[in-house]
Design a protein around this ligand. Structure first.
Ligand SMILES: Cc1cc2nc3c(=O)[nH]c(=O)nc-3n(C[C@H](O)[C@H](O)[C@H](O)COP(=O)(O)O)c2cc1C
Length: 191
């Protein structure tokens, strides 16, 4: 039986070679408490059997939806390989040590940007945003930029992972892995 995480690692490694940029970009679908969906791109910043991690502002729209309704779907589409991977499951917050460690690897500009952005809120002018950025730069001048309390990561723990591969004559191949406890069932789907 194939391990879905090994298969993901193989496809991801190939995508890193062949995609022109952002092979770690994935669409993240969430739904509000009434079940209305929304979707946007985020970047995969860690993955393994415990889940797929991305980082964001916890006061923005996606975080609000995930805190109300902690389930998500992720989608990779690697055009250069004619492949997609769909991942679905419950969502939790990464621990502070994990978020701190990742935040510390970001460029200083991105770290300051995390302080300056009121993600998903209306912005009156670009100048206001730049002023907030400069304010953060002055505040932390001469020292490290700490992780803002409203900035952290979510981890999607997959219950379902589907690998789709383009094949000739539109006879595409779909492999579905479904989690049962710590085990996975493997099957195929009609395209
Ligand atoms: C390729 C790409 C990668 C992105 N990565 C992230 C990310 O990792 N985290 C994030 O918060 N926003 C990321 N964004 C911006 C989001 O798509 C989105 O505009 C923003 O997070 C606000 O979403 P929300 O209002 O639903 O919370 C990315 C956008 C693109 C196009």
């Amino acid at each position: 039986m194939t391990d879905p995480f090994d298969l993901f690692d193989d496809w991801y490694a190939e995508a890193r070679q062949s995609e022109i940029n952002d092979s770690n970009a994935m669409a993240l679908a969430t739904a509000d408490e009434r079940g209305r969906p929304s979707v946007r791109m985020v970047l995969l910043k860690g993955h393994g059997p415990d889940g797929f991690i991305f980082y964001t502002n916890f006061e923005g729209r996606k975080a609000g939806e995930l805190l109300d309704n902690p389930h998500a779907a992720l989608l990779f589409h690697w055009k250069s390989l004619r492949r997609q991977v769909r991942i679905e499951g419950p969502v939790g917050r990464v621990d502070d040590a994990t978020a701190d460690a990742y935040f510390a690897t970001r460029s200083r500009d991105s770290q300051l940007g995390a302080w300056a952005s009121d993600q998903s809120r209306p912005l009156a002018s670009r100048d206001l945003f730049m002023a907030r950025y400069e304010e953060a730069a002055t505040r932390f001048e001469g020292g490290p930029v700490p992780r803002p309390p409203h900035w952290s990561g979510f981890r999607v723990k997959p219950q379902r992972i589907e690998f789709w591969q383009d094949r000739e004559h539109r006879l595409h191949e779909r492999h579905l892995f479904t989690r049962h406890g710590e085990d996975w069932d493997e099957g195929m789907l009609y395209p």
